[in-house]
Each structure stands twice: as structure tokens, then as C-alpha cells.
Design a protein. Structure first.
Length: 167
């Protein structure tokens, strides 16, 4: 065992006390001491013989502690930013906006029954059975109006099935 390692072992109680002062938590203090010892062993060639090992280790521990706190603060800001971004909405792009206006104009050209079914099922996301019950019509009638309405809408918009698969 080298002199560095034996001196390091004699300073472990001091490192534990300093870590508890910094973290104010026993478990976090043990983790901090472990991180400090691990880094000291990896970086022992940077220690200048003849200087105070205790001061060097305490500085190393303080720097590790500060880095960890900064990392935690950065993580919190990042998560907060993600939460805030998830609540914001963006306006539709120009292409989407134009397509929406064209679609609404095309829907006005559909029959009242087809338009009603597409609005209720496509836009308001209702179910076919609920719409059939509300309108007092058979489910088959609702389904056929939906199918015809979609087909008419595709024809009016000049879309074929290949374009829909890409969109």
C-alpha cells in the first residue's frame, strides 16, 4: 500500500465529518466521500508531494459537491422547461392552415347528413353507435353516410388513397 493510500485512509473520518456538514444527510455524505476517494485515487498524480493532503481532499470534495448541486439544479430547470413546453401550443404551419381551410370549404359542399356524420365522428370523435342513437337512425345508415362523406370529401379535395397514406 502506498503512502498516499495510507494517508487517505487516516483522513476518512475527517472526510466523513466534512461531507455531513456539506450534505446534511448521512447517506448523501457517504456517497460524497466515496466520490471524493474515487476521484482522489484516479487523480493522485495531480497531488503535489509536500502539500497538505487534507486540504487537497477537502477542496476536491467541495468541488464535487458543488458540481453535483449544479447538475441537480440544471436537471430541475430542464424538467421544468419540458413541463412548460408541453403546455404551450404552436399555431399550425401555413400548409396545414391552408389544407384546413380547403377541407372546411369542401365540407360545405357535402350533403347535410354526410357533413353531420363527419363532424360528429371525425372532428368531435364520437362513436357511430352514439350518433345512431342520438339521430334515431340505424348504425348502418350512419356508417354508410360516413363512408360516402369521406369519399365525396376526397373527391372534392382531389385526393387519392396514395396521397392519404403519405399524409
Amino acid at each position: 500500500m502506498s503512502a498516499f493510500t495510507s494517508d487517505l485512509q487516516t483522513l476518512l473520518p475527517d472526510l466523513n465529518r466534512f461531507a455531513r456538514v456539506l450534505t446534511r444527510n448521512e447517506d448523501d455524505a457517504y456517497d460524497l466521500v466515496q466520490d471524493c476517494v474515487e476521484r482522489a485515487l484516479r487523480k493522485q498524480e495531480l497531488f503535489q508531494t509536500g502539500t497538505s493532503l487534507k486540504s487537497w481532499l477537502f477542496t476536491l470534495m467541495r468541488n464535487i459537491f458543488i458540481s453535483q448541486k449544479r447538475r441537480v439544479a440544471l436537471d430541475k430547470r430542464y424538467v421544468t422547461g419540458l413541463k412548460e413546453e408541453s403546455h404551450t401550443t404552436q399555431r399550425a404551419g401555413q400548409v396545414s392552415n391552408v389544407f384546413l381551410k380547403e377541407t372546411l370549404r369542401a365540407m360545405n359542399k357535402l350533403s347535410m347528413g354526410e357533413r353531420q356524420v363527419i363532424f360528429a365522428l371525425g372532428i368531435h370523435e364520437g362513436s357511430q353507435h352514439d350518433l345512431a342513437r342520438i339521430t334515431s337512425e340505424p348504425v348502418g345508415t350512419v356508417k354508410s353516410r360516413l363512408c360516402r362523406g369521406r369519399a365525396h370529401l376526397r373527391t372534392i379535395l382531389g385526393m387519392d388513397m396514395e396521397q392519404l397514406a403519405v399524409a
